[in-house]
Design a protein around this ligand. Structure first.
Ligand code: PLP
Length: 402
């Protein structure tokens, strides 16, 4: 009989144990609800690490995938195909003027961005290669992105580190500026740090980093794998970052993953045209990047977010969620800080909460804990207020009981 236990037993025999899996096998999803193999229902406040930005089995995404599946799947990138052109065109309008490269994951998008930063650093007779990133950052699991990630734990056992990456404390501009030398070609940072604990920077930091990059000819890469595609209540996380004249701080390259595929494997690098032009034929590629089904779904995600006013939903429901938690005195007695933007929320606990994720599952709510004691919420941005409230009630009950 199919149940959680039977699925787990079969999985343990055949799957590599590289994930800390929970004792639940999910078999079905609809909107912000999930069902496990024992028939138990959950409210999903984490959306599969942010991938399921429009929840589970959204009808518009099913239709887009099915229609494209019956039309054209994959021909390879030596041919022009329409769905990727549509998505790239939208990105240029929603983010900044530029050109786009597609791959399958956030880590690969960051790899492409770092290659492009090096390509610029090694143009016109220069020989610059060093990329500076920030402590507590996360940029992916490839060997180079491990080297870029500001958390040594992920690198343990994989020596030697890929050369040319250094990390400095995030938020301290002087330390960052001091780390730039004649070899530096770029700076890589998340607009809000995700895995590091939903960390925001001092208000003037991003604009100062932008100015530094302009002065030194460095490429500024914003890793928007967590913060892109509406999660924070704006299309992209960097649109919250402004300078003293309230102008948005733009990167030279933006990378996307997770939400842009809605749960399908989509990674994106979007770069200003002058940089993009350096990637001439043969310099980079991806066999399945921009496959037509993924692109049709990405296009539908962007359309639905616009059509249904989901940026406003993320903003309003994010504020509502934070207010609800703050209003609960018994839960707040266990919490030291709540931060984030839109529906990307970190609840920092005074003490590392033991088994909080498992306790949440027992109460029918899916959440995540990162950086030891930060409970992370990232529900689908089309979650209803009723579902969010129900999920929050369950979570608050768990926090109270810690
Ligand atoms: C900010 C950030 N960048 C990159 C990645 C890597 O993305 P992927 O797992 O799709 O390679 C992640 C994954 O969590 C991330 O949070």
């Amino acid at each position: 009989m199919l149940n959680n236990q039977s699925v787990i037993e079969s999985g343990k025999k055949v799957l590599i144990g590289n994930y800390g899996r929970l004792p639940v096998a999910m078999v079905r999803g609809s909107g912000s609800r999930l069902w496990d193999a024992d028939g138990r229902q959950y409210i999903d406040l984490f959306a599969g690490f942010g991938g399921a930005i429009l929840g589970h089995c959204h009808p518009a995404l099913i239709q887009a995938a099915a229609q494209q599946a019956a039309t054209l799947w994959h021909v390879g990138n030596t041919f022009w195909t329409l769905p990727q052109i549509d998505v790239a065109d939208r990105l240029g309008r929603l983010a900044f003027a530029g050109q786009t490269f597609f791959c399958q994951s956030g880590g690969e998008a960051n790899e492409a961005a770092c290659k492009l930063a090096r390509l610029r650093g090694q143009s016109n007779g220069q020989n610059r290669y060093k990329i500076i990133s920030l402590q507590k950052s996360f940029h992916g699991r490839t060997l180079a992105m491990l080297a870029a990630t500001g958390n040594a734990k992920y690198r343990e056992g994989f020596k030697p580190d890929v050369a040319g990456f250094v990390q400095v404390d995030g938020g301290d501009f002087d330390v960052l500026a001091a780390a730039v030398d004649a070899d530096t070609c770029g700076i890589l940072m998340e607009p809000i740090q995700g895995e590091g604990g939903v960390n925001l920077y001092p208000a003037d930091y991003p604009a100062r980093v932008r100015k530094l990059c302009n002065e030194k000819g460095l490429t500024l890469i914003f890793d928007e794998v967590w913060t892109g595609c509406g999660r924070t209540g704006k299309w992209f996380g960097h649109q919250h970052l402004t300078d003293s004249e309230r102008k948005v701080v733009l990167p030279d390259i933006m990378t996307l993953g997770k939400a842009v595929g809605g749960g399908l494997p989509v990674g994106i690098m979007h770069a200003r045209p002058e940089l993009a032009a350096l990637l001439t034929p043969g310099k980079h590629g991806s066999t399945l990047g921009a496959n037509c089904i993924c692109m049709a779904v990405t296009k539908a995600i962007l359309e639905v977010i616009e059509r249904d006013g989901l940026l406003a939903n993320a903003r309003l429901l994010g504020e509502h969620a934070v207010a609800r938690i703050r209003d609960d005195a018994p839960a707040m007695a266990k919490i030291s800080d709540i931060r984030g933007k839109g529906l990307f929320i970190g609840i920092e606990m005074k003490e590392a909460p033991k088994q909080l994720v498992e306790k949440g599952l027992a109460q029918g709510v899916v959440v995540n804990v990162t950086a030891d004691k930060v409970v992370r919420l990232a529900p689908p941005i089309n979650i209803t207020k009723a579902d969010l409230d129900e999920g929050l009630s369950r979570l608050i009950g768990v926090i109270r009981s810690l």
